[in-house]
Design a protein around this ligand. Sequence first.
Ligand SMILES: O=C(O)CCC(=O)C(=O)O
Ligand SMILES: [Fe+2]
Length: 289
Amino acid sequence: MQNPYAPLDQTGVVINDLDIGVVVNTIREQGYAVVENFLPKDAITGMRRAFNSEVPITEMRAIGTETGRTWRAHNLLAKTRAADDVFLDPRLRGIVEGVIGRYNQINVTTLFNTLPGETKQFLHQDDGLWPIPRPHPPFLCNALFAFDDFTQENGATHLVPFSHTWSQPVDQSVESIQIEMRSGSVVFWEGGMWHAGGANVTTDQERMGLFISHQVSYLRPQEMQLLAIPPEVARHLPHKLQRLIGYHTFGLGVDGRDPLDVLADGIVVNPEARPADHWRHSYGLKDEN
Ligand SMILES: O=C(O)CCC(=O)C(=O)O
Ligand SMILES: [Fe+2]
C-alpha cells in the first residue's frame, strides 16, 4: 500500500503559471529553490503595514543571536489576518505537498528583521529539533519570503546546497552560497538543509522576511499552534487554515470526533447528552478538505 505520507509527485502540475513540479523536484534534488516574484508589491506593502500595527514591537525578541540585532515575532496567525492569503496560496500548498506530502501542518511562523550590526548565524538544520536518525524522509518544508531585497551585504540567507541528504554534521567553515533575491521572492528549503542567516555588518539596511515552516502532520510543531492560537480566533479562520494549524483528523481525533466539530461545539463529557450523529469514530487518516 502506498504510504499516505509520501511526498506527492507534482511533475507537470502548473498552478497560476508556476510549474510546481519543477520547483518541487529542484528542492528534492539540491535542497532548495527560489521562486522570483511570488508575492506582488501591494501584498508586501499590506503585510508590512499590518505587521507594524498589529504585531506589537514589544513582542518582538531576538532568538538565536547574541547581538540583539535580529528582531522576531512568532505566532503570527494569532495576531494578524494579514498573511492568511499567503498560507492558503495554492502554489505554496502544492509545493509543500510535493516536498512533505499532503498530510502537513504549520510548524512555526516568524516575522523577522535582521538589522544593521547583525553577525552571521551559525549553520544549522531546522529539522534538528526532532531527534530522528538521518538519513530520513523529508518532514519539514520551509519558505522564507523576502520583504526587503536580500543581498550578500545585508545578510541574505546562507545555504549549503545538497546538504539535506548528508547524514553527518557539517563543519561551520563549509562552503555556502547566499540567496540573493528581490522583495517579493521566496526561497524554499528542505528542513534537513544546513543554512544560516547572513551577517549585516556593512549596510544601514534592514532585511525583513516572513518565515513559514510546514511539517508532516504527525509531529509536534515547534510552536504549538493548537495552544498558540486561541480557540476564539481559530473558530473564525478559513476552514483550510484551521486544518493547517492542527485541527485535522489525525488518529482518534478527539473522543472519536473531528477536532473541528469539537472546536465548534466543545467537548461533550456526558455521553447521554451527546447527540448520536456526533459519534463519528474517525480512527486514522481521513480524506479531509
Ligand atoms: O535569517 C535567515 O535568513 C534565516 C534564519 C534561520 O535560519 C533561523 O533562525 O532558523
Ligand atoms: Fe534556520
